[in-house]
Design a protein around this ligand. Structure first.
Ligand SMILES: [Zn+2]
Length: 392
């Protein structure tokens, strides 16, 4: 199959005058135009580095602005949904991910529904089956058994890549955290989304500390964020930190040296009043950063272009701007590297999510006749401009 687009997104840049020849889903040749091009831009499909399909149905129903109130509200509302409603919401979110050009997802899942949705909408990636044992901290055995059974049920629906995964450091008991940490498998956990985790550790104050007291849950042993990760066996390669809003430059250096990756969710962070994540510094330290659409209940509509624009705007507001090219890499190659899934020879993350000879990356066409560079792709892109290339 020969594709002769006007432009091709390579390494986040919009390159002109190239065409690709594809055999059995593999790009076998990338060469200069041999004829008149068609009017579209060819791009690697997107990677959604962090997502929660199951909350799609609650989009616009939980007031945002205050993280703690939002979380409590969401936790209450989700109880009211039936299994059929959860499945319906997951299917809708998966369909909308596909529509915005996403092919690979780091999906956090509590209740069942994500696995059949991934299968039905031809999405690949990994399902992080959320472990939450906050209330069962004394004796988490029965809760863990039920979560394990849920993961097996998810796999039974035809999606193999499901792993047991801590939701966050503060929602899982220390023993279970340690067990998962020492398993050396892929982990993706919410980390430093707010100031509240640091306040809990350093000052034993704030809403998280109050929540621990209220429920008679012992405080964590560690007094530092990275110490907490270290104690849990999670300061190592194969661990993706979701959000990483409240991290210092010193902590970023240690995160880089430890082989951690990051999922950046700028729209969710903005909506919930989280600190602006220091993504410029995280990228500069050499950490693989992906863009996460998170849940529609905090981020809003499932739209990778809106997420890229938000990443650009937030970085500008911080006075540490990221280039459109860097942000495009976050939505593609870096995103694939940031989602930890067992790769070849003990590596984590999917490598080679890029257009080059020998690549099998899924491809999309972007119908943006007025785009002249990556910035304008970000400005003008919407899910409506995406068309999938069927090569297999
Ligand atoms: Zn999340």
């Amino acid at each position: 199959m020969l594709l002769r687009p006007q432009g091709i997104m390579i390494d986040g840049h919009l390159e002109w005058g190239l065409e690709v020849f594809i055999v059995d889903g593999e790009i076998v040749e990338l060469r200069p135009h041999t004829g008149l091009p068609d009017d579209y831009i060819l791009s690697p499909a997107f990677v959604n580095a962090h997502s929660h399909f199951e909350y799609r149905g609650l989009q616009g129903q939980v007031p945002v602005g205050d993280y703690w109130a939002w979380l409590r509200n969401l936790t209450e509302l989700k109880q009211a949904l039936s299994a059929e409603e959860v499945l319906r919401d997951c299917l809708q979110a998966a369909e909308e991910n596909r529509r915005t050009g996403v092919a690979w997802v780091g999906e956090h899942s509590d209740r069942l529904g994500s696995a059949p949705a991934m299968v039905q909408h031809q999405l690949e990636g990994v399902i992080f089956q959320e472990v939450i044992t906050f209330f069962e901290h004394d004796d988490p055995g029965a809760k863990l058994d039920s979560i394990r059974a849920r993961a097996e049920q998810a796999q039974a629906s035809g999606f193999e890549s499901v792993v047991l995964n801590p939701h966050a450091l503060f929602t899982v008991d220390p023993k279970t955290l340690e067990q998962i940490g020492q398993s050396h498998g892929p982990v993706s956990l919410h980390f430093a989304e707010t100031r509240f985790e640091r306040d809990l550790l350093e000052a034993r104050s704030g809403p998280l500390a109050a929540f621990f007291r209220e429920n008679e849950v012992p405080f964590p042993r560690s007094e530092s964020m990275l110490g907490w990760l270290q104690d849990s066996g999670l300061l190592r390669p194969g661990v993706q930190l979701v959000h990483a809003c409240d991290v210092t430059e010193d902590e970023i250096e240690v995160m880089a040296a430890s082989g951690l990756t990051v999922a950046h969710c700028p729209r969710s962070n903005q909506a919930l009043g989280c600190p602006a994540a220091p993504v410029f510094e995280i990228v500069r330290a050499g950490i693989a950063v992906g863009l996460g659409l998170d849940s529609a209940v905090s981020s809003g509509p499932i739209d990778m272009f809106a997420e890229m624009r938000a990443a650009r705007a937030v970085s500008l507001e911080r006075g540490r701007p990221l280039s459109a090219e860097q942000i495009y890499r976050m939505a593609t190659r870096w995103g694939a590297e940031s989602v930890p899934v067992l790769g070849p020879a003990g590596t984590f993350g999917r490598l080679g999510w890029e257009i080059f000879e020998g690549s099998t990356v899924p491809l999309i066409k972007l119908h943006l006749p007025n785009a002249t560079d990556t910035d304008s792709v970000l400005d003008q892109g919407t899910p409506a401009c995406v068309e999938w290339v069927a090569v297999r």
